[in-house]
Design a binder for this molecule. Structure first.
Ligand SMILES: C[S@@+](CC[C@H](N)C(=O)[O-])C[C@H]1O[C@@H](n2cnc3c(N)ncnc32)[C@H](O)[C@@H]1O
Length: 386
């Protein structure tokens, strides 16, 4: 058996064992740990094959696994590929061609509905063809330069010979796999944060000494962004998970965010206000728990395993939380509702709920498109209490 056939066999073994119940990168770690005979190049090749396989979602499922792995390699890669040269020479001379030309070579027609689960649920502004084709490429790694640090960061990247691109005022795109911790040792000069996520923060307009609440804070990515826009605010962070707030404390300490209050609170419980130190906020960031469907370019196993039936449960959870927290928005205050989802029920329908059921006025509702620029796609609504 050639080494190419061996790689295909190992990738097929992963696909046979993996059932989508844990993130693929966790599964692969365990899979490789149990096979210490595989060298780092073998692991990398098998991992790439498996990720590419999932990038096709459930399109062309009738194919043999090895054929589908090779097709995925042909469609996802643009550089010459030794495995294709050996096993699919009829593909390998077309690597640099457009996707349409490659599909013609393979004799296939792209099918957005087969690639993406729940295509009928997409937010209306999303262009289905471009969106689903974007899954063939992994989104980039983005960092956000913290105030006054961009020039120094760019210098460090240049010194290390890293190819970067600036993408907006504070965003820097890096090649995937860049060892940021080694190259950029001043950890409080930047945050790892997707480009679209950074752009949701353009809607945060905190003024000095205002009360702001990041109510689903997780490890605090949005709060640090908020702090960088105006450090002199009174900040409350909450989350239902105590462990993630521990991460937040460490991350805040590293980022130099010291003035804040934190609480573990379940925002679906009745009367969450009774657990808060303050009950009227000038600004609320509701970065809601969601399907994460706008980030599946990074976790393409979801294209294969996600069941659209789950969308309704997320939408119900989001409404419950939005209904509870919006009551604590002060007159004149703004609630910024964010998801990293591309589903209408979690996005535009939630904005309608904020307006009709929570009595807020919607100032802006936007899909922050990432799929044409190697970033995640998100949704943001700015709602005001008049
Ligand atoms: C999308 S994440 C927030 C990401 C974060 N804002 C950031 O920028 O890094 C959503 C968070 O909502 C939290 N969450 C889920 N259900 C909740 C509930 N019932 N009450 C409060 N927080 C909840 C989750 O634990 C998760 O950390």
């Amino acid at each position: 058996m050639t080494r190419w056939e061996n790689y295909l066999r190992s990738a097929a073994a992963v696909l046979e064992e993996y059932d989508g119940s844990v993130p693929l990168h966790h599964f692969l770690k365990q899979f490789f740990k149990a096979r210490p005979q595989m060298g780092s190049r073998d692991r990398k090749t098998v991992q790439q094959l498996v990720y590419r396989y999932f990038r096709l979602g459930r399109w062309q499922m009738d194919m043999q696994v090895a054929d589908r792995l090779l097709l995925a390699t042909f469609l996802c890669e643009t550089a010459p590929d030794a495995m294709l040269e050996a096993l699919r020479p009829e593909f390998s001379s077309h690597m640099t061609e457009s996707l349409d030309e490659k599909l013609a070579v393979a004799g296939l027609t792209w099918d957005p509905a087969a690639v993406f689960p729940g295509i009928g649920h997409l937010s209306p502004s999303i262009q289905k063809e471009d969106f689903t084709r974007s899954f063939l490429q992994q989104p980039r790694l983005f960092i956000r330069a913290r105030p006054g640090r961009k020039a120094a960061l760019l210098k460090q990247l240049e010194k290390a010979g890293v190819t970067y691109a600036t993408a907006g005022p504070d965003a820097i795109a890096l090649p995937n796999g860049t060892k940021t911790e080694a190259i950029l040792p001043e950890k409080n000069w930047y945050e790892i944060q997707d480009l679209s996520s950074q752009e949701t923060g353009l809607r945060f307009h905190p003024r000095k000494i205002e009360y702001w609440w990041d109510c689903c804070a997780a490890s605090g990515g949005k709060s640090i962004l908020l702090h960088d826009r105006q450090p002199d605010i009174r900040l409350l962070v909450t989350d239902v998970r105590a462990s993630i707030l521990e991460n937040l404390r460490r991350r805040f300490a590293e980022a130099g965010v010291r003035e804040y209050d934190s609480r573990v609170v379940d925002l679906t419980a009745p009367h969450p206000a009774t657990q808060l130190p303050h009950t009227s906020f000038n600004g609320i960031i509701l970065d809601a728990p969601c399907t994460g469907s706008g980030t599946w370019g990074r976790t393409p196993e979801n294209l294969y395993y996600f069941d659209p039936v789950k969308i309704a449960a997320y939408a119900a959870l989001q409404k419950k939380i939005a209904g509870n927290v919006s009551k604590l928005l002060a007159p004149g205050g703004t609630l910024i509702y964010i998801t990293c989802s591309v589903f209408r029920e979690e996005n535009e329908d939630a904005a309608v709920f904020l307006e009709r059921d929570c009595g807020l006025r919607i100032e802006e509702s936007t899909v922050v498109e990432g799929y044409r620029r190697f970033a995640d796609s998100m949704f943001v609504t700015v709602a005001r209490r008049d």
